[in-house]
Structures are given as C-alpha cells and as structure tokens.
Design a binder for this molecule. Structure first.
Ligand SMILES: C[S@@+](CC[C@H](N)C(=O)[O-])C[C@H]1O[C@@H](n2cnc3c(N)ncnc32)[C@H](O)[C@@H]1O
Length: 248
C-alpha cells in the first residue's frame, strides 16, 4: 500500500488503542494533538469500551446484523469482534481506510467493508448491504455511528439520523456519540480540528436524535453508559447514547 501523506483520525485512533495499522504521519499528528490536549489513549479506550458495551447490549435484544458508519479501522474490539455471531457491514468514505478494512476482513464471511457516505445511505453498494445486513428495512439492525457526529453540521446530522430512522425497521437500535465542549478547554487542540469541527452539549445534541428514543441510560459520558463496575475516570470528552427505533 502506498504510504499516505496525510494523517487520518481513524488511524490516529488505531495508534492510541495500541494497534499496528497506522503510519508515521498519523503518529506525528497524534503526538502533536497530545501536546495540546494531554494523553488521548485513555479517552479512546473508554470510547472503544462504550462501543463494546453498546454493541453487546444491542445484540442482546436479538439484533444479529450491524451497519457501521465512519467505521475507521475494523480491529481492536470493533463491532464484529464483540458481536461474533452477527454479520457486520463497515462503511467509510476514506479510500485508504476502506482498502485497509477490506484487507483486514478479506478472510471473513460475516464482516465486510465498503464505501458509504453516512449522509446518503444510497451510496452503499446494495449487494454488500444485502449480504451483510440481510433484511435491511424489514428486520431490526444495529446502526453504529461513532466518531462521526463532530464532522456533520446540525442540519445534516438531524436529516441523516431521520433518514436512518425511516429506512430501518422497528426495533432497530442506534449507537451514537458526539464530542462535548470539554475540548474547548484546550484551544490549541481545538484549533487542530479545523473550523468545521462541532462540539455539542447534551442539551444541544438531544433534539438532533429526532424520533430515535434513548434507552433509560439517556445521553451520558461514554464511560458512564452501563459501565462494567466503577466507570473509568477519564475526561468527559465524548458523550454517547443508544436509541431505539420504535413504531411510527
Ligand atoms: C474519528 S474517525 C472514527 C473511526 C471509528 N468510528 C472509531 O470510532 O474509532 C471518523 C471516520 O469517519 C469517516 N467519515 C468522515 N465523514 C464521513 C461521512 N460523511 N460518511 C462516512 N464516513 C465518514 C472518516 O473517514 C473516518 O474514518
């Protein structure tokens, strides 16, 4: 694979999680960000642990297929590893990440990786959708939308979540997180994220869920969503929620 000359947030997360699927350009960007913010590994470990708890909770409702948006690198406790009985379609818009994901999942008959713009589900290859998310629109599925909301403005995010609501069957679940205003306390780190980066308070995020109904845990710091034991003490950089598609 040709070495990329631009860092990717997905590969920076792989670096912070102790993975092996990143390049020097990603490590340099990760170190620069940490200079401005402080240690990131504990925050991203807490985020990946939230993914695990949320996906297992969704699978426990009987859901056996997942559609993942902005998927990044499909390793290190990602969806198909925590729900091994399920089928999983990972999607992303970054061609380098998609190629990497396809290489990593080449031997799997339960998990695949393809192009998908979260803001337009029509961009997903129907054959892949049919194969890995069988009965999409007719059977309940898990929709995983992590590490993505910060890159979408309010109007786009609300429209996207509403489209997913309309397209998915009753009983489907959405796992979603967002960046809180905690990052505003680190102005140099915030500047590195660029002007289009969006932080939100829980009160500002809640209406964007539209008709998706949060489970009883509500919208909380990710380490506090159904923690296994005492929640990890990490900065509340991300909040998350699992929400259900009810009838109507
Ligand atoms: C911060 S990374 C998160 C990766 C992974 N979900 C995780 O939590 O570790 C964001 C990912 O979203 C992808 N992305 C950005 N805009 C997107 C869009 N409109 N649709 C789908 N993916 C997008 C990026 O290419 C990147 O891989």
């Amino acid at each position: 694979m040709v070495e990329p000359d631009q860092p990717s947030t997905a590969r920076m997360i792989d670096f912070w999680l102790g993975g092996t699927h990143h390049y020097p350009v990603d490590v340099a960007a990760a170190h620069a960000f940490e200079q401005a913010y402080g240690p990131c590994a504990p925050v991203f470990r807490a985020l990946r642990a939230f993914l695990g708890r949320a996906v297992r909770a969704i699978a426990a409702t009987g859901v056996d297929s997942f559609l993942v948006f902005g998927a990044g690198v499909p390793t290190l406790g990602n969806v198909h590893e925590v729900a091994p009985e399920a089928t999983v379609l990972y999607t992303d818009v970054d061609p380098v990440t998609i190629r990497l994901g396809q290489r990593l999942l080449a031997g799997s008959d339960r998990a695949g990786y393809g192009y998908g713009d979260a803001t337009d589900i029509g961009t997903i290859d129907p054959a892949l959708l049919h194969r890995f998310v069988p009965g999409w629109g007719r059977r309940p599925v898990g929709v995983v939308f992590l590490g993505l909301a910060a890159f979408l403005d309010d109007e786009t995010l609300a429209r996207t979540l509403d489209e997913l609501y309309r397209a998915s069957a009753v009983g489907s679940h959405l796992a979603i997180d967002f960046d809180t205003e905690e990052l505003a306390g680190h102005p140099e780190a915030l500047a590195m994220m660029g002007p289009a980066f969006r932080m939100r308070s829980p009160a500002a995020f809640a209406p964007l869920l539209g008709r998706w109904t949060p489970t009883s845990e509500g919208i909380v710091a990710v380490s506090r969503w159904r923690p296994d034991g005492a929640p990890e003490e990490v900065p509340a950089a991300f909040h998350g929620v699992v929400a259900v598609r009810s009838a109507g």
